[in-house]
Design a binder for this molecule. Structure first.
Ligand SMILES: *[C@@H]1O[C@H](CO)[C@@H](O)[C@H](O)[C@H]1NC(C)=O
Length: 219
């Protein structure tokens, strides 16, 4: 059938806190949406209205305050059936399901759902935490992550080192994760050790390395 449908992205949309992001939504086959109504809302939330377009203009009198001055549609793209939403300065609380709904579209498929995943990352920091026998205790810390990341210690050839224990973690008042992990290392050819923090759901990885001066091992 050649009936016009509302189509969203094939996959979830992933953004980092602070980024600008586009939530894709369009008409297929492409027909002009200039004279249609477009309602971008949150699913399963009381604060629902994200962005409304009606009668040829944005109509945001009832917009949720948390979205004020952060939303826009591409008005020059409406004639191509592109009703995507641009959201600026994304926050962790923007994560969730968005509904793109064209109530006036004469079609069976008037809406689609876009899933927005929001992550946060930061660079790990390494410090020398003490001496244990012939070894040196290293500490890696990284705060401000979301979702909770994995933390590993590696040697200079990329082999994972047995850490002194599992990562310790806590959450800050914004719900972000801070992670800390110790490792005790012995002297090597390079004395170079890497701390890697990785969050697979948002596909982000941050690494920091330290070169421990040989004299530290001798104590
Ligand atoms: C809609 O238009 C914007 C701005 O030109 C573009 O970035 C986006 O890829 C377009 N989306 C679709 C689904 O065509």
């Amino acid at each position: 059938s050649s009936e016009v449908q509302v189509v969203g992205p094939a996959d979830r949309v992933v953004a980092l806190a602070g980024d600008d992001v586009i939530l894709p939504c369009s008409l297929k086959p492409s027909v002009s949406a200039e004279d249609m109504a477009v309602e971008w809302t949150r699913l399963n939330l009381k604060t629902r209205n994200v962005h409304l377009y009606r009668q040829g203009r944005d109509s945001n009198e009832d917009q949720s305050p948390s979205y004020r001055r952060r939303t826009s549609m591409f008005h020059e793209e409406l004639k191509n059936g592109n009703v995507s939403l641009k959201l600026t300065r994304v926050t962790l609380s923007d994560a969730g399901s968005y509904r793109c709904f064209l109530p006036t579209l004469n079609s069976q498929v008037k809406e689609t759902t876009v899933q927005l995943i929001v992550g946060a990352v930061s660079q790990p920091v390494i410090s020398i935490d003490g001496i244990k026998g012939w070894g040196v205790v290293l500490k890696c810390e990284s705060g401000g992550w979301f979702p909770e990341p994995e933390m590993e210690w590696l040697d200079s050839s990329g082999t994972i080192l047995p850490a002194d224990g599992p990562p310790e973690r806590h959450r800050d008042s914004e719900g972000r994760y801070a992670v800390r992990r110790h490792v005790t290392v012995n002297q090597t050819d390079t004395n170079r050790f890497t701390c890697r923090v990785h969050q697979p759901e948002i596909n982000h990885l941050k690494e920091t390395y330290i070169h421990v001066p040989g004299v530290v091992f001798i104590g």
